[in-house]
Design a protein around this ligand. Structure first.
Ligand SMILES: [Zn+2]
Length: 164
């Protein structure tokens, strides 16, 4: 056969080597070629190493009490989150609401409380007052965004794990 690496012909055979997709006849032809071709030999041994690494890899199991531990850590490390979530916790535990959904709920509640529906926009405070509280608001918003990012990352991770 012509060398798959040099000619690009039969490249799919070389890629399929080491997988159950390749039939015995093609495997024999390829192996005969590899006896005389160091490039293909090297390629297939690298490919075999990748397959073996993938076979050996196992995802870390998700802890059964992940949610409980997360809530406990949030309680310990984020006091404003603790204050926000405390009234919701019995609901969350009963409904089994995902944490990301709960976070969205809290943010939405904050937005609604800030701007009640139908209410005319409040008059802008004087500039001295704006300067007094604006950095604080920005800091809280950044904290909230950071936490939401972490939650969605965790939730995505969980979803990926549960598919396996
Ligand atoms: Zn070759």
């Amino acid at each position: 056969m012509k060398c798959p690496i040099e000619t690009r012909e039969n490249a799919e055979l070389l890629l399929a080597y080491c997988t159950p997709k390749l039939d015995a006849e093609s495997t024999a032809i390829l192996e005969r070629h590899m006896e005389i071709c160091p490039a293909c030999r090297e390629f297939s041994s690298g490919q075999r190493a990748v397959w073996e690494a993938l076979d050996a890899w196992e995802a870390a199991p998700v802890m059964l009490d992940f949610d409980r531990r997360l809530y406990r850590r949030i309680d310990r490390e984020v006091s404003w989150w603790h204050l926000l979530m405390r009234p919701l916790r019995p609901v969350l535990v009963r409904q089994g609401l995902p944490i990301a959904a709960a976070a969205c709920l809290v943010v939405m509640a904050g937005v609604l409380l800030e701007r009640p529906a139908g209410a005319p926009p409040a008059a802008q405070p004087q500039s001295a007052q704006v300067e007094a509280f604006e950095p604080d608001q920005v800091e809280h918003a950044l904290d909230a965004m950071h936490m939401l990012g972490e939650f969605s990352y965790r939730v995505r991770g969980d979803a990926a794990d549960s598919k396996m």
